[in-house]
Design a protein around this ligand. Structure first.
Ligand SMILES: NC(=O)C1=CN([C@@H]2O[C@H](COP(=O)(O)OP(=O)(O)OC[C@H]3O[C@@H](n4cnc5c(N)ncnc54)[C@H](O)[C@@H]3O)[C@@H](O)[C@H]2O)C=CC1
Ligand SMILES: CC(C)CC(=O)C(=O)O
Ligand SMILES: [Mg+2]
Length: 368
């Protein structure tokens, strides 16, 4: 199969983890005789520095033509003093909006090999396997007006949703629950926010179409608590943009590190932008310390969701498991008797594993 992939490395550790993602895609192409072509474009701070805008036209055009997009991360202290509309994060929000990527799928799985890497008790973490379905192109991050007023004495942000925006993300979550453990938790703040009350109404309306899925509503503050006390009680969570952003970083604690969480930002037709959940990590950027596994697992999501390559995706996931089994890890993961390696070495271990399996299978085929 031929696929064209646009890479948006971005800022901070973005280029390091994007390199790892590309190496894994190349290893998969080699093993399965696919042809993956790549094209890199600027976004975020790197684009501001080179082209004076966080989201240049050539980046948007290339993304529109791609079969899939991979994004590293954007932002960093270098650009913190810029006005809101010029910040690197606007590039990421802008590309999600321009491409209509309204659903952000964030699976959170506690790997058996990392149960002791979490600061939580292993018995709490064990068995955690949940999916956060986050609305991605509406809500507080996009609402207008947003501005300082009264000579800086007051300020406004807006949380606004169209009915259709809530309906489509809720449907996506029901569909996801249907192919998982058939349990959906809708997370809101309906005791305070009108937008949450409408959200709840829509979930109630939609559940009639999914009688096989059990639905519960939970206030976001209680959900935040339950995520770290009883995570295995969750299957699929669906929530608005900002709540999903915050809850997913919190949920990463279950996996041992924010550097373990992948994500897919998709729309109805399968086009997707794949991105680790973490940011540009300026505190470790350029030191080859970044954990590449969130990005590598995002590649697995790309193979599955955008290309329908299920076996290839499983090969990537199995390679990650095998590398963790061998106790290789980056500095963010606390593993006793582990083998501490750099980000690039960890990525090469995954690539070796994908290629080694290739050799083994090839040898077996020759004997057959
Ligand atoms: N998707 C994106 O591009 C995102 C961008 N950001 C931006 O990133 C910048 C930094 O934000 P922070 O709040 O520091 O969040 P962050 O996610 O970049 O980092 C939080 C902490 O997690 C660690 N960490 C993150 N990814 C890691 C990895 N792969 N391996 C090892 N450790 C990792 C960092 O070292 C840091 O201690 C800001 O400009 C922010 O706006 C933040 C979140 C998402
Ligand atoms: C620009 C931010 C909304 C990025 C972020 O924190 C995220 O998508 O998780
Ligand atoms: Mg975030």
């Amino acid at each position: 199969m031929k696929k064209h992939i646009v890479l948006l490395p971005g800022d901070g550790i973005g280029p390091e983890v994007t390199k790892a993602a590309k190496q894994v895609l190349e290893a998969i192409a080699g093993r399965y005789q696919h042809t993956f072509t790549f094209e890199s474009h600027e976004i975020g701070g790197a684009a501001i520095d080179q082209q004076g805008t966080p989201l240049p036209e050539d980046t948007i055009e290339a993304c529109k033509k791609a079969d899939a997009i991979f994004l590293g991360a954007v932002g960093g202290p270098k650009w913190d003093q810029l006005p809101g509309h010029m910040r690197p994060e606007k590039g990421l929000l802008g590309i999600r909006k321009q491409l209509g990527l309204f659903a952000n799928l964030r699976p959170v799985q506690a790997f058996q090999q990392l149960l002791h890497a979490s600061p939580l008790k292993p018995e709490v973490v064990a068995g955690s396997d949940l999916l956060i379905v986050r609305e991605l192109t509406g809500g507080l991050y996009f609402g207008e007006p947003r501005e300082r007023r009264d000579n800086g004495q007051s300020v406004v942000d807006t949380l606004a949703y169209q009915r259709m925006e809530i309906e489509r993300i809720v449907e996506k979550a029901f569909e996801s629950a249907r192919v998982r453990r058939k349990h959906l938790t809708s997370v809101d703040k309906a005791n305070v926010l009108e937008s949450s009350r409408m959200w709840r109404e829509i979930v109630e309306e939609k559940k009639v179409d999914y009688p096989d899925v059990e639905v519960e509503h939970m206030l976001v503050d209680a959900a935040a608590m339950k995520l770290v006390t009883n995570p295995s009680s969750f299957d699929v969570l669906v929530t608005e943009n900002m709540f999903g952003d915050i809850l997913s970083d919190e949920a990463s604690v279950l996996t041992g590190s924010l550097g373990m969480l992948p994500s897919a930002s998709v729309r109805e037709d399968g086009v997707g932008l794949y991105e680790p959940v973490h940011g540009s990590a300026p505190d470790i950027a350029g030191e080859n310390k970044a954990n590449p596994l969130a990005s590598i697992l995002s590649v697995a999501m790309m193979l599955k969701h955008s290309f329908g390559m299920h076996e290839e995706a499983e090969t990537v996931e199995a390679a990650v498991q095998q590398v963790l089994q061998s106790r290789y890890h980056t500095q963010d993961l606390k593993i006793s008797n582990g083998v501490l390696v750099s980000g690039s070495v960890l990525a090469s271990k995954v690539v070796d594993q994908i290629s080694a399996n290739d050799t083994t299978e090839h040898i077996m085929r020759c004997y057959v």
